[in-house]
Ligand binder design. Sequence first.
Ligand code: SF4
Length: 187
Amino acid sequence: MPYTWETLKTECLACRNCELCETRHNVVFGVGKTDAKVMFIGEGPGENEDLQGEPFVGRGGQLLDKYLAHIDLSRDENIYIANIVKCRPPKNRDPREEEQAACTPWLREQVKLLRPKIIVCLGRIAAQYIIRPDFRVTKEHGVFYERNGTLLMGTYHPAALLRNPAQKPDTLSDFCALREKITELGL
Ligand code: SF4
């Protein structure tokens, strides 16, 4: 039986397929419009996300929302946001390979249901998992790659921008390039 958004979310919220289930407060399934043409994917929930059950809600999330608003996108209206792993890695460490492997079937089903035209990877971990294992954000941010009819692009993770504001202008230009692409494709 193929998943619906409801059945997928219900199963995912009960998932115990890797050890991250032991330390999570909430499974962070994803949020946004389920008919969005643009999907954003990050690496995993942080502390605030774990506590609230929603992706990108801390200071990094607020920064992301500003960039989104700048190009007329918002999680309430026209995008969907999810993470590679749905439970918070302790102390915000990088998700381990086996955790990513255990969790990505949920993401794959989300992508299958959404069928986005553009996927934006937020940060190195997401870009290396989704675009290419040797993807380098500093060199390839803002570049669109086509795969099976979907455009993939990587940019900086908002939490990285809080640590290193010098990357903000590049990120803004990536978001402007995204807006141009959305307009060009008539999405
Ligand atoms: S991180 Fe993913 S695979 Fe691991 S328990 Fe959470 S939902 Fe399941």
